[in-house]
Design a protein around this ligand. Structure first.
Ligand SMILES: [Zn+2]
Ligand SMILES: [Zn+2]
Length: 292
């Protein structure tokens, strides 16, 4: 089956290594599919970031204004201005055209979650022919929690408060039912900032909300390549999802072809260790279970 978290354009300092923003040159989508095939996967679900598309400007609003820290506010305002260079229309057209060429690709989107605007975002996205949507807590208010350039906010907020704030929003995302799967659901650990002791009390509301709303969770190899040093979600967190009966997808969060389906043997073993024997296959926002 497939890699269900893949981007076609790299960010910021790596942008020159990909195609021109918003362009999908011949062979570009094919290169991701070939990389997935080489690793034994047979489809690729693309998930461009909603916030990177110029069409999201109005519906997401100026979310960086919601901050008690001017540094955080300035960081996110500059980061979004620099990174919002893609076109949702061109992205959808490029992936649909790849389907028409017979490529085994799916049209997905990584939806950046803000409690205030998620209903408007769902309405905005409704007309498009999505195969699946993944949801991410990238921002706590104005703070870009997983961005290397905003790591300083951990010092001001404290790691415990940062974790509590993060998981409170993640639980709201899981409860919203707005997306089909939770992306990197403990990405707050990305920089290697750790809270001592079991985190079950932070995980449990997310697991319960995902179960209640019918939202799946992705098992992502991306965490292996960050300060976290382990997949998303953490072993205890994934076991809780399994015991609750929340299904999984498999994901790399690739931004380059060579990272597509990266370390999938590792994350499949990791999911099996938590108890999983199946994963989801999506079509037109409907799911079926297939062997892991
Ligand atoms: Zn993300
Ligand atoms: Zn992503």
């Amino acid at each position: 089956m497939g890699d269900y978290h893949v981007h076609l354009h790299p960010h910021g300092p790596e942008r020159h290594l990909g195609p021109e923003p918003g362009e999908y040159p011949p062979g570009h989508i094919e290169a991701f599919v070939e990389a997935a095939f080489a690793r034994g996967e047979d489809e690729v679900g693309f998930t461009e970031h909603l916030y990177r598309c110029v069409e999201s400007t109005e519906v997401l609003g100026e979310f960086w204004l919601d901050s008690s820290n001017p540094l955080v506010q300035a960081h996110t305002a500059a980061f979004v201005a620099d990174d919002r260079v893609l076109s949702l229309e061109k992205y959808v057209t490029a992936v649909e055209a790849a389907k028409d060429r017979g490529l085994p690709v799916l049209l997905g989107l990584e939806v950046d979650y803000f409690p205030e605007t998620i209903d408007a975002v769902s309405e905005f996205l409704a007309p498009y022919p999505w195969d699946f949507l993944i949801g991410s807590t990238h921002w706590i208010g104005a703070w870009s929690v997983d961005h290397d350039g905003a790591d300083f906010e951990f010092e001001r907020r404290g790691v415990r408060t940062a974790y509590e704030d993060y998981f409170a929003i993640e639980a709201q995302l899981a409860a919203s039912g707005a997306v089909d799967a939770l992306a990197h659901c403990d990405v707050v650990k990305k920089h290697g900032r750790r809270l001592d002791g079991p985190l079950d009390h932070l995980y449990q509301p997310v697991v319960a909300a995902a179960l209640a709303s019918g939202t799946a969770v992705e098992v992502s190899s991306a965490g292996l390549h960050t300060g976290a040093g382990e997949p998303y979600p953490a072993p205890d967190f994934l076991r809780m999802f399994y015991e609750a009966g929340v299904p999984i997808t498999t994901a790399s969060d690739a931004h380059f072809p060579e990272h597509c389906a990266r370390d999938f043997d590792t994350i499949k073993d990791y999911a099996r260790a938590a108890g999983y024997t199946e994963r989801i296959r999506f079509r037109s926002r409907r799911r079926e279970m297939v062997p892991l």
